[in-house]
Design a protein around this ligand. Structure first.
Ligand code: PLP
Length: 397
């Protein structure tokens, strides 16, 4: 065996022994949150509770039709980066639509949410600057911060006292400061305290950026966690998030990332963000699908309400705290426990993949349930009964 293959095999054995090896399973998603899992005779039809397609728009006929038409008129791929020949008129339309919907002056679209964060953060800060990141923020915010080469300070999850202390101790030694947080935390479903973050950012002259992958389409009339926080703000509180990043791959049901911000910030990003410049534009069908989905998000409030109601119904039936978004975690501890729980639910016809480190902190492996508009109430009740019977200590069940 070559040293390379021996290295890979040894690493995999080690990960396997720790319950951390990951495997791909062929999954064919259908309408109404159904998924066919596996191949050939092994294939099973499951109700999926682990997809981020909160409004089921990836399977919506209007969205699929828009993608198909764009493929036929504009082609399957973009052919080049936006700055060369890839800038089809659809991109401009999508950016204008996003900015108008989110209430910002401008927007820029990236190949994915991950690429957006890898591009945005290094375009704004560098080695003389300070980046402050919530410890539970998404992996790609950390990746962007590391790529920027700035000093990195991690603050305890949603702990504004800790953030204040870090700012007091470290802010003055740096040029710019950038605070990074998820708007809706991807593995816990809780929200960042945007009013408090706004106040701290102002006081210490730091720039606030949210990753709203799980807020767009769901919270704040679909406009996301910032709009939601503005609606909720108590008298005198202000919410201002000058850098609102998100993805088109979750509630929007398509693919791609975006940043909504002021005109100069967006123009700077289009000039300097390496993951915007040195990569091919999104395929036109994907852009057309996102446009069609945004239209639906803006006009069909009932979808968003149903998705949230489903998450709340499940949490209530199981006896978990009332969720603020469509994500409900059930922390089980060790990876083996989460894997076993996931297998047990699969036997009952439910698809809920186990979430393990390093996606979540050590000792907090979990089932992460996500709810969508088109889930059937019957299925949610059956799932809740299963979860109560199998995974909850008797006292709380
Ligand atoms: C999914 C996710 C991303 C990545 O978005 P993609 O478009 O899938 O690359 C970024 N941030 C958070 C919080 C996410 O949940």
């Amino acid at each position: 065996m070559s040293s390379l293959d021996a290295f890979a095999a040894q690493k995999l054995d080690d990960l396997e022994a720790r319950g951390l090896r990951r495997r791909l399973v062929v999954t064919e998603r259908e309408a109404a949150a159904l998924a066919r899992r596996g191949t050939g005779g092994q294939q099973r039809r499951l109700v999926s509770f682990c997809c981020n397609d909160y409004l089921n728009l990836s399977q919506d006929e209007r969205v699929k039709q828009a993608a198909a038409e764009a493929a036929l008129t504009a082609g399957a791929g973009a052919g080049a980066s936006r700055l060369i020949t890839g800038n089809h008129a659809l991109y401009e339309r999508l950016e204008q639509r996003l900015a108008a919907f989110k209430g910002t002056a401008a927007a820029v679209v990236f190949g994915s949410g991950y690429l957006a964060n890898l591009g945005i953060v290094p375009a704004l800060v560098g080695k003389d600057d300070l980046v402050l990141v919530d410890e539970l923020a998404h992996a790609c915010l950390f990746a962007g911060a590391r790529l920027a080469g700035a000093a990195l300070a991690v603050f305890r999850h949603n702990d504004m006292n800790h953030l204040e202390t870090v700012l007091q101790e470290r802010r003055a030694a740096h040029g710019q400061a950038l605070i990074l947080t998820d708007g809706v935390f991807s593995m816990d479903g809780d929200l960042a305290p945007l009013a408090e973050l706004t106040a701290l950012a102002r006081r210490f002259d730091a720039w606030l950026m949210t990753d709203d992958a799980h807020g767009l389409g769901v919270l704040g009339e679909g406009r996301g966690s910032t709009a939601h926080a503005i609606q909720r703000a108590a008298g005198g509180e202000e919410v201002e998030v000058p850098l609102q990043m998100g993805t088109l791959s979750k509630a929007v049901g398509a693919y791609g990332g975006y940043l909504c911000a002021s005109r100069p910030v967006v123009d700077l990003i289009k000039t300097r963000a390496r993951t915007f410049i040195y990569t091919t534009a999104l395929p036109p069908p994907v852009v057309a699908a996102a446009l069609a989905a945004l239209e639906i998000i803006e006009h069909e409030a009932s979808r968003r309400r149903r998705a949230l109601d489903h998450a709340r119904l499940f949490a209530e039936l199981v006896g978990l705290p009332r969720p603020e978004a469509c994500i409900v975690p059930l922390v089980l501890g060790e990876s083996a426990a989460a894997l076993a729980a996931s297998h047990a639910l699969e036997e009952e016809g439910f698809l809920v993949t186990a979430i393990r480190p390093p996606t979540v902190p050590d000792g907090t492996a979990r089932l992460r349930f996500t709810f969508t508009a088109d889930h059937r109430e019957d299925d949610i009740r059956r799932l809740a009964a299963c979860v109560r019977a199998r995974f909850l200590p008797r006292e709380s069940a």
